[in-house]
Write a protein that binds this ligand. Sequence first.
Ligand code: ATP
Ligand code: MG
Length: 418
Amino acid sequence: MTIQYAGIDFGTSNSTLGFIQEGKPVLLPLEGSHTDIPTALFFNFEEQTVSYGRQAKAEYIRGDEGRLMQSLKSVLGSSLVEERTAILGGRVAFKSIIGMFLKHLKQKLDTQSEACVESVVLGRPVRFVDEDDAADKAAQTTLEDMARVQGFKHISFQFEPIAAALSYEQDVTKEELVLVVDIGGGTSDFSVVRVSPEGRSKADRKDDILANTGVHIGGTDFDRVLSMAQVMPAMGYGSMTKDGKRPLPSKYYFELATWHRINYLYDPKILSELVQVRRDAMLPDAVEMLSSVIRERQGHALATYVEQAKMHLSAKETAGIQLHLEEETLKVQASVFAFNEAIFRQLEKLKQTINDALTQAGVKAEEIDTIFLTGGSTRVPALQLAVREIFPNQPFVAGDTFGSVGLGLALDASRKFQ
Ligand SMILES: Nc1ncnc2c1ncn2[C@@H]1O[C@H](COP(=O)(O)OP(=O)(O)OP(=O)(O)O)[C@@H](O)[C@H]1O
Ligand SMILES: [Mg+2]
C-alpha cells in the first residue's frame, strides 16, 4: 500500500503515528503490535547499539551499560537542545537525538508504505514554552528542521488538542461544543471546538476552533513533585544542618527528581561536594543514601519507580517505592493523600488555564456540552476532580488515551495534503 501522508504525535512520554487506510484514520504499529512507543532511546555502550521504546527501557532496566534518553520533547525550546552530550564514542546534540527518534518512526512508515513518505503533520502542544514566544517558535522550528533532515518535504503543524478534537468528531452524532483536555507527560492543552457530523467533511475549521490554551505542566511534573514530597525527604531533603541554622541545599534533590537533569549529578565533583554536605548534616545517613544513589547511578531507576508509583496511585491509596542499593535499600510508601497535596499548585494552574480557554472562546462553562479527556495524565483522579469543579454536570468522555492525537493528526494530514 502507498501512504501519501501521515501524522506524528511526538509525545514527551509516548509517540504515535497515524495514517489513513480505506478512508479511516489508523495507527501504525511502532513496536511489535503496539501502536504507541515510549519516546525513549537507549545507547547501549556494551553492544554499541541504539534501541528504541520499550526495548530501550528494558535494556536500561536490566542494567546494561549505557545511556537512556527520555523526555526529549521537554528539551525543545531550551538552550539544552543545541548542547552536545556524550554517547557511543561521540558527542551528539540533543536535537540530533530527536532526529534519530523521528528517523526510527519514519523508517516504520516508509516500510509500511513501501515508498518514501514526504508529507507529514506534526502535532505540537499549544505552548512548548510558557511566556516566551521566541523560544516557543524556536522549539517548533527545531522539530521541523529535524523532520526535514529525515526526509519529510512537506511539513505542517497542528495543535495536539485540535487533533484530539478531530478524532472525537469521528464519533459524534450531533453538533456539540467540546472542551478537549489533553494532559500528557509534558504539557496540558485545552481547546474549545465545535464538532459536528458535517464538520468531518469541512476543509476549513477556523470558525469552529474557539480557543486553544496550554501550559507546560504534565505527568513528568507530577513525578517530580511526588518525588520531592515523598522520596527526597528520605534522603535528607528539607532537613537541617546540625547547627540547626539552615536547611541542606535543595539543588541536588531537585536534579535527582527531574529526569533530564539527573545526569548533571554524575559529574565527579558532585560526590565530593556531598561529602561536605554530609559532614554538616543533622541526618548524615540520609545524605549518605543520596550519595549512594548518585555513586551507583541509580537516579533514572529511582525516577522510573516514582512514575510507576504515581500510576498506581490512580487506582490505590498507597504505593511502595523500593530502590535496592549495594549496602542498603531506600524504601518509601507513597500515599495518594500526599500526592494530591503535592500537585495542588499544578492543579490550580490547570484550572486557571481551562478558564482562560473559556474566556478566549467567549463561552461560559455551562455552554460546554462535553469534556473530552485524552493523554495519560487525565487518569489522575484528583485531576479529574479539579476539572469537575468547573464542569459539575457535563459528561466526561475518555478517548483513546494514547492514540487520539495521532489519529486526529492523520485526519488533519488528509485535509491538508489530499
Ligand atoms: N494510570 C495513570 N495514572 C497517572 N498517570 C499516568 C497513568 N498512565 C500514564 N500516566 C502518565 O501519562 C503520561 C504520558 O501520557 P501521554 O503518553 O499521553 O503523554 P505524551 O503524549 O507523551 O506527552 P505530551 O502530550 O505532554 O507531549 C506520563 O507522565 C505517565 O506517567
Ligand atoms: Mg500527548
